[in-house]
Design a protein around this ligand. Structure first.
Ligand code: SAH
Length: 258
C-alpha cells in the first residue's frame, strides 16, 4: 500500500425530520468542519452555506452515484458529509454508501466512515401521536422503485398476521399513487376494521398535520410522499381527551387490554 496516500473521510449524517431542533448535537458537530456536502437537494438546502463548504446537491434517484461521488471526494482527501433526512440508516444513504463500497475498489475500504444517527420519521411521528410504537413494531417502505411489489405485499401480509404495529415509509408518489390503496386493501382483508390508523404528515415542519382514523374509515388519497403512515396492532388504542383530540398508544404488555 502507498503510505503517502492521503485519505479523507465520509460522515453520513441524519438531519432528523425537519426542524433543526430535532437534529442531534453530534450531527451539528459532524457538519461543522466538513469540506463537501452531498445529498438530495432539499436536505442540502437545510444546511446554511458557509465558507469552505462545497455543496453538491443532486436529484433523488441517484443514490449510488451520490455514494460513488462521496468516495471519489474522500480519495482526494476531502471530509465529505452525506446528509439524509431522518436517520441515515433507515431507507437512506448509509446503506447506499455501503452498497457502493461492497461493489467498489479495495481502496474504498480504507476510507474512514462514520454514521451519525438521526431521529427517524417514525420516532418523530410516534412522539407527536403518543406512544404507538410502545410494543413490537416494524417499518416497511412502499417504494417499489427499489423492491418489487410482490415482496412488499408478502411483508405487509406477514406484518399484519404477526400483529405488529406497522410504520409505512414512502407510502405514495406521483409515479405510483396506487401503492397505498393496494396496501390498505391487503391490510383490510386481514386486520380488524377498528384498527387505529394515523397519517402523520410533514412532522417537525411548519405544515405538519396529523389525521387519526381507523382502518375501515381511512382515506388513502390524502397520503403523499411527506406522510408517515402508522397502522396499529390489535392492542393499539386511542385515548380521548376532553378537548376532543386523542392520544394514540400501544400498551407495553400484550393481551392486557381492558
Ligand atoms: N431516512 C428517513 C426516511 C427516508 S424515506 C427517516 O429516517 O425518516 C422517506 C419517507 O420518510 C417519506 O416518504 C415519509 O414516509 C417519511 N418521512 C420523512 N420525513 C418525514 C416527516 N418529516 N414527516 C412524516 N414522514 C416523513
Amino acid at each position: 500500500m502507498n503510505m503517502s496516500y492521503h485519505r479523507g473521510e465520509i460522515r453520513v449524517i441524519g438531519l432528523g425530520p425537519g426542524d433543526h431542533r430535532f437534529m442531534t448535537h453530534d450531527a451539528d458537530l459532524a457538519l461543522a468542519d466538513a469540506t463537501d456536502l452531498i445529498g438530495y437537494i432539499p436536505y442540502v438546502e437545510r444546511i446554511p452555506p458557509r465558507a469552505g463548504l462545497i455543496r453538491h446537491a443532486t436529484d433523488n434517484r441517484v443514490e449510488l452515484d451520490r455514494a460513488r461521488h462521496a468516495l471519489d471526494l474522500a480519495h482526494q482527501g476531502k471530509v465529505v458529509a452525506i446528509v439524509s433526512g431522518g436517520d441515515p440508516g433507515v431507507f437512506a444513504m448509509a446503506a447506499a454508501l455501503f452498497e457502493a463500497i461492497d461493489h467498489g475498489t479495495p481502496e474504498d475500504r480504507l476510507i474512514p466512515i462514520n454514521i451519525h444517527p438521526g431521529i427517524s420519521a417514525m420516532n418523530a411521528a410516534a412522539a407527536k401521536l403518543g406512544a404507538p410504537l410502545g410494543h413490537d413494531f416494524c417499518a416497511i417502505s412502499l417504494s417499489d422503485n427499489l423492491k418489487p411489489w410482490d415482496v412488499i405485499a408478502r411483508r405487509l401480509k406477514a406484518a399484519a398476521e404477526g400483529d405488529f404495529v406497522i410504520a409505512l415509509y414512502n407510502p405514495a408518489s406521483k409515479a405510483r399513487p396506487q401503492s397505498i390503496f393496494d396496501a390498505f386493501k391487503l391490510l383490510r382483508d386481514i386486520k380488524a376494521p377498528s384498527t387505529p390508523v394515523a397519517f402523520a404528515r410533514a412532522v417537525g415542519r411548519h405544515d405538519e398535520k396529523h389525521t387519526l382514523t381507523t382502518l375501515a374509515e381511512a382515506d388513502p388519497s390524502i397520503v403523499d410522499m411527506a406522510t408517515l403512515v402508522m397502522i396499529g396492532s390489535s392492542e393499539t388504542r386511542f385515548i380521548d381527551k376532553p378537548d376532543g383530540t386523542r392520544w394514540l398508544y400501544t400498551p407495553r404488555s400484550y393481551g392486557a387490554r381492558p
